[in-house]
Design a protein around this ligand. Sequence first.
Ligand code: MCU
Length: 414
Amino acid sequence: GSDPSPSPTNPPQQSSTLTTSRVTVAPPTNTSPAPGGGGTTCPATPSGQGNPVANALNDPFTFHGGGKVSSKADWTCRQAEISKLLQQYELGTLPPKPSSVTASFSGSTLSISVSEGGKSISFSVNINNRPSGSGPHPAIINFGTFGGLPVPAGVATINFNNDEIAQQQDQSSRGKGKFYDIYGSGHSAGALTAWAWGVSRIIDALELTRAQTNIDPARIGVTGCSRNGKGAMVAGALEPRIALTLPEESGAGGSGCWRIATWQKNRGENVQESKQIVTENVWFSTNFNSQVNNVNALPFDHHMLAGLIAPRALYVMENTDMEWLGKVSTYGCMGIARKQWEALGALDSFGYSQVGGNSHCSFPSSQQGSELNAFIGKYLLNNPNAGNTNIFRSTGNQNFDLNSWSPWTVPKLS
Ligand code: MCU
């Protein structure tokens, strides 16, 4: 383990033109059934990006067509809409479950084969530290090689080689990896979306091999650090079977908001912003390239990526030490994301903890006992007394106005 420190680059300042005109969206013409059924009808999502939002984050509780989110059923509809918009403008399309997924378990190796449209791939993951005892037991899927959390006894770890599913060397990685072997190198999904697809296939495989693995597919956590923390966040957002999402120092493109980063950048702070991130790697869809010079036009920001997880459990770990990694932009973004758990009466399943004095992706012990273990205890080990999980804290001196950046009402949803 060498310290995989980020490479803070400082590209020349570009001036960006902010759109101030009002963009009209077509009125909803039809509606669609709510995900999960129950007879609820969701409002149709008008085409177009809607009105730009500047110096504030978008209102998660107003539908794209203007209607208000006023119940939990509405929230489910709004989440489906937000997911669709995120895929359209930033992440690329998440394909539906493939027509064939098969799996086998031998030793500690879970082997997964996937076929769709005449193409097939296979990959495998190791399930380590499987607890003995009757079970079934929970597990945490860990992306790649950066960082890593101290996982308590009673929880298995599953090592996911995400780079095999979608490469992330640099720009030349576009369309490379097993996801693209199935869906084609021109598929719109960026690497983050492709990895989420891979996580979903691991969970499919766990559902198929439950009797052999003794792992409970309903108690799965997901984690990763830095670029892989972005991956953990997107997997938690796009895969509702994940019970606990644990992104570590995900920064820009994970728990940071695009608008906050650009606002900081315009004040001369060296934070990673959208214009730069699309030149570094292939984490996002090429659809995002045409958005990065005008982030105020996005019909979402990353507080709403996080909101796709609500009310499931999310514990975000960040660092205060490097502006590049989103010291302010993750604090502001997650401080506002938290309001979605508040609306759902679920503040116990939201944590944001920002601690300095540790190098990038080295887990500080002050987050372990009373925070990480409380989340894992409550949401994976079924221990309701595992400790307080309503957490929002930073050891940094933050000077960010959460209220002026969220000038909308938080409803009480039931
Ligand atoms: C925080 O994640 C990234 C960051 O977005 C990149 O700019 C930097 O190059 O690498 C970080 C990382 O993944 O470090 C391991």
